[in-house]
Write a protein that binds this ligand. Structure first.
Ligand code: UDP
Ligand code: MG
Length: 316
């Protein structure tokens, strides 16, 4: 099978028939062997019935329906597990992404050798309240992830070599950073294609403004994981040592002050009057905590099934 189209959806009953007909038309025109996997993320409208009806007419249509709404990332993750095509294409169900892009995306993966190609909605049809924060978000993501050539991390329309989706785990809200996940998993050839974007035709957006706050927090998590995920002691141990060093200097300062005051017969000088005393106390406690966090982190990574999971490029 050449192409798997994975479509996460949450209450999109109006769009589904049109979207399906469009994908079918493109696939037939180009003679692709394909499957469409609808991952119904706990829709409460009639989406699942619509999917059943569509599947009755086309054996290439498959569906996974969650019992409740888990989110776009879990939906993608389950769709990825099921996908069998040589190239896996994800798109949103709301008709904002165009199935006409599929043939070129397929070609970029199979002929140009990309591991992942992300759509770029160069001209967006979303409200300004969304496009401006998105620009900022993408600039930060580019810097932190080191994937300098991507303009649009969170485009729903993406294409992957099958191995990529089988090796990454999309969880929480991490669908925004799939290129970063892929890069961390060892897939370096990440490209971009300008895609057409349309205003939402039916229904409403499923994400509010909290996407930006959560987006930044997730980026911090991913950065930390990629830097120190398998060696947490390297960061916590460093911070702990720094704190202990500050603490020791402060203790030294307190001792010197005390000795000086005794020698000069200022017997009423108490160490608790010195700012260094409190500095020493705080720094020592923080240092200890950093070290303990480091040890606990090491124990956790020791138990992680991922700890010895490497992507091998070549082996003789
Ligand atoms: N979606 C989903 N689960 C959710 C929220 C959204 O499967 O909890 C789907 C949604 O149905 C759509 C895609 O994810 O197919 C993108 O959502 P949306 O169009 O609302 O996002 P936007 O285009 O506003 O960024
Ligand atoms: Mg949308």
């Amino acid at each position: 099978m050449q192409i798997s189209v994975v479509i996460p959806l949450y209450n999109e009953e109006e769009s589904l028939p049109e979207l399906t007909a469009w994908i079918e038309r493109v696939m037939q025109e180009h003679g692709f062997t394909y499957e469409i996997i609808f991952v119904n993320d706990g829709s409460t409208d009639g989406s699942q019935q619509v999917i059943r009806d569509l599947a009755a007419n086309n054996p290439a249509i498959h569906s996974i329906a969650f019992a409740r709404n888990y989110g776009k990332s879990p939906a993608l993750n389950e769709g990825f597990k099921m996908a069998q095509g040589e190239v896996v294409i994800t798109m949103d169900a709301d008709l904002q992404d165009s199935p006409d892009e599929i043939p070129e995306l397929y070609r970029m993966i199979t002929e140009d050798g990309y591991d992942l190609v992300s759509g770029w909605k160069q001209k967006r049809y979303d409200p300004l309240s969304k496009t401006i924060p998105t620009k900022l978000f993408n600039a930060t993501a580019r810097r932190v992830s080191g994937i300098k050539n991507l303009h649009d991390f969170n485009c729903g329309l993406k294409a992957y070599r099958r191995a990529v989706v089988k090796h990454i785990e999309v969880y929480g809200d991490m669908h925004r950073y799939i290129p970063y996940l892929a890069k961390n998993a060892g897939y370096k050839k990440i490209g971009e294609k300008v895609v057409h974007h349309q205003a939402r035709k039916y229904g409403t957006t499923k994400f509010g403004l909290d996407r930006f706050v959560n987006g930044y927090l997730d980026l911090a998590t991913l950065w930390f994981q990629s830097k120190f995920g398998i060696k947490p002691m390297h960061i916590f141990g460093l911070l702990g040592s720094l704190m202990f060093a500050i603490g020791f200097l402060a203790v030294l300062a307190v001792l010197i002050l005390k000795i000086v005051s005794i020698c000069s017969q200022h017997y009423h000088f108490y160490v608790t009057n010195s700012v260094y005393f409190y500095l020493a106390l705080a720094a020592m406690i923080m240092g200890l905590q950093f070290f303990l966090t480091g040890f606990v982190g090491e124990l956790i990574t020791r138990n992680s099934p991922e700890r010895n999971n490497y992507l091998i490029a070549e082996q003789f």
